[in-house]
Design a protein around this ligand. Sequence first.
Ligand code: FES
Length: 130
Amino acid sequence: MLMELGFDMSRYHEESFGETPPEAIEEAEESAELAQITEELDVTGYAVEFVDEGMSVTITESETIHSASAKLGLHIPKACGMGICGSCKVKLVSGNVNMEHNGGITEEDEEEGYILSCCSKPLGNVTIEI
Ligand code: FES
Protein backbone atom coordinates (compact mmCIF):
# COMPACT_ATOMS: atom_id res chain seq x y z
CA MET A 1 0.00 0.00 0.00
CA LEU A 2 2.77 2.45 0.93
CA MET A 3 4.62 1.66 -2.27
CA GLU A 4 1.44 2.42 -4.16
CA LEU A 5 1.41 5.88 -2.57
CA GLY A 6 4.98 6.50 -3.67
CA PHE A 7 6.79 5.97 -0.34
CA ASP A 8 10.32 4.58 -0.62
CA MET A 9 10.41 1.81 2.04
CA SER A 10 14.19 1.37 1.62
CA ARG A 11 14.64 4.57 3.64
CA TYR A 12 12.33 3.38 6.42
CA HIS A 13 14.09 2.62 9.73
CA GLU A 14 12.54 1.23 12.89
CA GLU A 15 14.11 1.19 16.36
CA SER A 16 13.17 -0.71 19.47
CA PHE A 17 14.38 0.50 22.83
CA GLY A 18 13.34 -2.53 24.86
CA GLU A 19 12.42 -2.51 28.53
CA THR A 20 13.24 0.31 30.95
CA PRO A 21 16.58 -0.49 32.64
CA PRO A 22 16.26 -1.30 36.39
CA GLU A 23 18.63 1.53 37.35
CA ALA A 24 16.39 4.05 35.57
CA ILE A 25 13.38 2.78 37.53
CA GLU A 26 15.36 2.97 40.78
CA GLU A 27 16.46 6.53 39.99
CA ALA A 28 12.86 7.59 39.28
CA GLU A 29 11.70 6.06 42.57
CA GLU A 30 14.42 7.93 44.48
CA SER A 31 13.38 11.19 42.79
CA ALA A 32 9.76 10.60 43.79
CA GLU A 33 10.80 9.92 47.42
CA LEU A 34 12.90 13.09 47.49
CA ALA A 35 10.00 15.11 46.08
CA GLN A 36 7.72 13.74 48.81
CA ILE A 37 10.26 14.58 51.53
CA THR A 38 10.62 18.11 50.14
CA GLU A 39 6.86 18.48 50.08
CA GLU A 40 6.68 17.40 53.71
CA LEU A 41 9.39 19.92 54.61
CA ASP A 42 7.38 22.66 52.91
CA VAL A 43 4.51 21.95 55.26
CA THR A 44 6.74 22.54 58.28
CA GLY A 45 8.55 25.53 56.79
CA TYR A 46 8.06 29.23 57.32
CA ALA A 47 5.23 31.41 56.09
CA VAL A 48 6.23 34.26 53.81
CA GLU A 49 3.49 36.85 53.52
CA PHE A 50 3.48 39.54 50.85
CA VAL A 51 1.46 42.16 52.64
CA ASP A 52 0.43 44.43 49.75
CA GLU A 53 -0.61 41.49 47.57
CA GLY A 54 -2.43 39.71 50.42
CA MET A 55 -0.71 36.45 49.49
CA SER A 56 1.43 34.02 51.44
CA VAL A 57 3.29 30.78 50.88
CA THR A 58 5.22 28.34 53.03
CA ILE A 59 8.87 27.71 52.17
CA THR A 60 11.73 25.85 53.81
CA GLU A 61 14.62 27.59 55.54
CA SER A 62 16.81 26.71 52.55
CA GLU A 63 14.64 28.62 50.08
CA THR A 64 14.88 32.34 49.41
CA ILE A 65 12.30 35.08 49.74
CA HIS A 66 12.61 35.51 45.98
CA SER A 67 11.66 31.89 45.37
CA ALA A 68 8.65 32.39 47.65
CA SER A 69 7.47 35.26 45.45
CA ALA A 70 8.03 33.18 42.32
CA LYS A 71 5.89 30.37 43.74
CA LEU A 72 3.05 32.86 44.04
CA GLY A 73 3.61 34.28 40.56
CA LEU A 74 4.70 37.62 42.01
CA HIS A 75 7.37 39.54 40.14
CA ILE A 76 10.41 40.85 41.98
CA PRO A 77 13.17 42.03 39.62
CA LYS A 78 16.24 39.82 39.70
CA ALA A 79 19.49 40.04 37.77
CA CYS A 80 22.57 38.54 39.43
CA GLY A 81 20.89 36.22 41.93
CA MET A 82 23.99 36.50 44.13
CA GLY A 83 23.47 39.59 46.24
CA ILE A 84 25.58 41.86 44.06
CA CYS A 85 23.31 44.07 41.96
CA GLY A 86 20.58 45.04 44.43
CA SER A 87 17.77 44.73 41.89
CA CYS A 88 15.79 42.29 44.07
CA LYS A 89 15.56 44.61 47.09
CA VAL A 90 12.36 44.34 49.13
CA LYS A 91 11.32 45.52 52.59
CA LEU A 92 11.21 43.12 55.50
CA VAL A 93 8.16 44.31 57.44
CA SER A 94 8.38 41.67 60.17
CA GLY A 95 10.40 38.59 61.05
CA ASN A 96 14.05 37.77 60.50
CA VAL A 97 16.05 36.43 57.58
CA ASN A 98 19.55 35.15 57.01
CA MET A 99 20.90 37.37 54.22
CA GLU A 100 24.23 36.38 52.68
CA HIS A 101 24.83 39.13 50.14
CA ASN A 102 27.89 40.26 48.21
CA GLY A 103 27.68 44.01 48.66
CA GLY A 104 24.44 44.64 46.78
CA ILE A 105 22.82 46.55 49.65
CA THR A 106 23.93 49.54 51.72
CA GLU A 107 24.04 49.62 55.50
CA GLU A 108 21.48 52.44 55.37
CA ASP A 109 19.07 50.25 53.40
CA GLU A 110 19.57 47.41 55.88
CA GLU A 111 18.89 49.78 58.79
CA GLU A 112 15.65 50.82 57.08
CA GLY A 113 14.61 47.16 56.89
CA TYR A 114 15.44 46.36 53.28
CA ILE A 115 16.78 42.96 52.26
CA LEU A 116 17.92 41.35 49.03
CA SER A 117 15.29 38.73 48.28
CA CYS A 118 17.59 36.58 46.11
CA CYS A 119 19.92 35.77 48.99
CA SER A 120 17.66 36.03 52.04
CA LYS A 121 16.32 32.88 53.68
CA PRO A 122 13.67 32.99 56.39
CA LEU A 123 14.54 32.29 60.03
CA GLY A 124 10.86 32.22 60.93
CA ASN A 125 7.60 33.57 59.56
CA VAL A 126 8.20 36.82 57.69
CA THR A 127 6.18 39.62 56.15
CA ILE A 128 7.49 41.28 53.01
CA GLU A 129 6.64 44.47 51.14
CA ILE A 130 7.58 44.44 47.46
S1 FES B 1 19.36 39.76 42.02
FE1 FES B 1 21.17 40.86 42.29
S2 FES B 1 21.21 41.22 44.40
FE2 FES B 1 19.48 39.97 44.16
